[in-house]
Design a protein. Structure first.
Length: 218
């Protein structure tokens, strides 16, 4: 069924992520550290994700509950679309030496500040039967997750004493780039159906935003 297909796809994507990001790491300790990070987040996603992300998950939970699924299973099934972000969050947590929950809070806050949650919502409306179009769309979604980690990393670096406050500082420091991106996303939302071409253009702006800001010394 649909849920099993999503689980299979998620496992494939996670396997690919670990192969690319941690190709030489011993598998057993890596699995254990990431498992522990996910365990720390389990059951807390509703308090960490943006309102836009929550608005897509809560109706799904209700739908599964109406179909007779137990609450805990329905909640796990409903967040499958978000679990591709978990390795990025755990990597952020380990790199910045903060808790998984703090990393997730900053990760989702940075994504919402840049409109990535809105862009993912648009992407879910794109229906394509072409194999290559699906691959392109999937690749762009993966790019969004990794770009979001880089944004969150910059936000944490901006305010070492209070990482959560760093999101506001990062938003102020990158005001022009974020404003341009949000305007572009608004144009897509007003322009009718989203398309892979439109998302590709948005993704190019996101990668620019995710790149560390270079300051020139005088």
């Amino acid at each position: 069924n649909e849920i099993i297909a999503r689980i299979v796809e998620l496992l494939w994507l996670l396997g690919l992520w670990f192969t690319v990001q941690l190709p030489d790491a011993p598998i057993a300790p890596v699995v254990e550290s990431y498992r522990a990070g996910f365990a720390a987040l389990k059951g807390r996603f509703s308090t960490l994700i943006s309102p836009i992300e929550k608005s897509s998950i809560e109706p799904r939970i209700a739908e599964l509950r109406n179909a007779g699924m137990p609450l805990d299973v329905a909640e796990d099934a409903a967040i499958l679309t978000l679990l591709s972000a978990v390795p990025e969050i755990i990597m952020l947590s380990q790199a910045q030496q903060i808790s998984a929950e703090s990393a997730a809070q900053i990760y989702f806050a940075a994504g919402a500040a840049a409109g990535l949650d809105r862009l993912r919502a648009l992407a879910t409306r794109i229906a394509t039967a072409d194999h290559w179009d699906r691959l392109a769309l999937r690749r762009m979604m993966d790019d969004l997750y990794s770009a979001q980690r880089l944004m969150a990393c910059e936000a944490i670096t901006a305010a070492k004493g209070n990482p959560v406050a760093g999101v506001d500082q990062w938003r102020n420091a990158r005001r022009e780039d974020i404003g341009n991106l949000l305007n572009f996303i608004s144009d897509i939302e007003r322009g009718g159906d989203a398309s892979i071409a439109k998302l590709a253009l948005a993704n190019s702006q996101i990668q620019k935003l995710a790149a560390p800001k270079v300051t020139t010394k005088r």
